[in-house]
Design a protein around this ligand. Structure first.
Ligand SMILES: Cc1cc2nc3c(=O)[nH]c(=O)nc-3n(C[C@H](O)[C@H](O)[C@H](O)COP(=O)(O)OP(=O)(O)OC[C@H]3O[C@@H](n4cnc5c(N)ncnc54)[C@H](O)[C@@H]3O)c2cc1C
Length: 403
């Protein structure tokens, strides 16, 4: 955060107390949203968010900021549509300009099977309240003439599902607005403090060990994205999560306004324009599981080639910056939220490459669970026990990556 933003956003830092009713591990979007909704919806403010770096230093400050609800299963569409609606009202609710911009999203396909899938997606989404239309190549051209319908001669565009409410929002502003809102109600956000262990009495959690000493907790919520298995291990819980790097990059300024998000399902590559005019490009995860934040030339080369096939103007731009994050990939490409079988220990994980859009609904749902002790209907399908019950929510085709 620069000095200008520090003057705009009123973050009130507190000294750590000995214990809190709720300790949330991870000051990313999901941890802060859980704290924000606990405070604003339920008046629960004896809460600490413990963050090992600075808020938003994880994936919430590293993503490509796409917000959409065009998923492939009824349970997922309902959840992400709730989040999309909360995002639409978040600027007014927090009184902060989050640079939320509904640009519309093309989810393009290059195969006949893909055309059938996108037609089905459009019908399912619309039935569940997430407006999506199937559009032909001619309609795509009329709305976004920059797209090369020949796909560089190798990946002809056969159609797309078009999701007009697809949006972007400035990721760090979302983090700061939620932190500010939670802090205003008395929530403590403790930066530069790493959770190193979890204390238990019998089957119940009682607090966290940190590199600055212990903190007692009535309830612990783990919201640590790519580090989820490490925190779960502290209570002897094995999660079906693997950590994979995901990279992205931006080009220099493109002089024209490109007011769409364009994704190729088959090439697992997507492009939008930032408010600064840079073209922002993301793609699939690195295949090798790792905790590495290092970005690679291989990624740049292959992703730039794929993106240029459907948006040839990109070939004239230069790459300015690249970076990476570490994603918590679930086996079915759906999130994992709720209880764990360990008394007082809740998790919000499995956000993989798709969790920025889920921040408001994820936080709202986890707050309801903590406050009431009841799992909200919206997130019951995403429970951890679904893997043991053989009730997985396989939706890899909606994730924007390939596992
Ligand atoms: C390159 C990239 C592009 C992406 N693009 C999109 C997109 O366009 N749309 C979308 O919906 N999603 C996208 N995602 C995914 C999305 O960013 C994440 O799913 C989401 O931000 C996860 O939020 P979180 O709060 O769970 O985790 P994070 O934001 O990662 O926060 C977790 C926090 O926990 C902290 N932490 C970890 N261990 C400890 C510890 N032991 N003690 C204390 N603190 C700890 C970390 O420092 C971190 O700040 C992308 C991700 C990446 C990397």
């Amino acid at each position: 955060m620069n000095e200008f933003m520090e003057a705009q956003v009123r973050l009130s830092w507190q000294e750590a107390r000995d214990s809190y009713d709720v300790v949330i591990i991870g000051g990313g979007g999901h941890g802060l949203a859980t704290a924000y909704y606990l405070a604003t919806r339920y008046g629960i403010t004896n809460v600490a968010v413990v963050e090992r770096g600075y808020i938003g230093s994880g994936n919430s400050g590293r993503n490509t900021t796409v917000i959409r609800a065009n998923y492939g299963l009824p349970e997922s569409v309902a959840f992400y549509q709730r989040s999309l609606e909360l995002y639409r009202g978040l600027e007014a609710e927090t009184d902060r300009w989050l640079m939320h911009n509904e640009m519309g999203l093309f989810w393009m396909t290059h195969t006949e099977t893909g055309v059938r899938q996108e037609k089905m997606r459009a019908k399912l989404n619309t039935a569940m309240g997430a407006i999506t239309d199937f559009v032909t190549p001619e309609e795509i051209h009329a709305m976004c003439p920059e797209i090369d319908l020949e796909g560089g001669g190798r990946y002809p565009v056969l159609g797309a599902s078009y999701h007009p409410q697809g949006a972007t929002a400035r990721h760090d502003r979302v983090v700061w607005a939620l932190a500010e809102g939670a802090m205003r109600h008395g929530v403590a956000v403790l930066q530069h403090r790493t959770v190193t262990g979890i204390t238990m009495v019998g089957d119940r959690v009682t607090g966290v060990q940190t590199d600055h000493g212990p903190i007692g907790a009535g309830v612990i919520v783990s919201c640590v994205a790519g580090q989820s298995t490490l925190i779960a291990d502290m209570v002897g819980l094995r999660l079906p999560i693997r950590s994979h790097p995901l990279q992205a990059f931006v080009t220099n300024h493109y002089q024209r306004t490109f007011n769409h998000i364009v994704a190729s399902v088959d090439l697992a590559t997507y492009v939008s324009q930032t408010a600064r005019g840079e073209m922002l490009i993301g793609a699939e995860i690195d295949r090798q599981p790792s905790y590495s934040y290092q970005s690679s030339f291989d990624f740049l080369q292959s992703t730039a080639a794929k993106a240029s096939m459907f948006l040839p103007f990109l070939k004239d731009l230069r790459i300015l910056r690249q970076w990476g994050g570490v994603c918590d990939m679930s086996p079915d490409s759906s999130p994992v939220m709720g209880t764990t079988g360990i008394d007082g220990f809740y998790i919000s994980t499995g956000w993989g490459t798709w969790g920025f859009k889920a921040i408001p609904a994820g936080g709202e749902s986890m707050a309801e669970l903590v406050a009431t002790g009841e799992t909200p209907d919206l997130i019951k399908p995403f429970r951890l026990s679904r893997f043991a019950d053989d009730r997985v929510l396989a939706d890899a085709g909606s994730s924007g990556t390939q596992q």
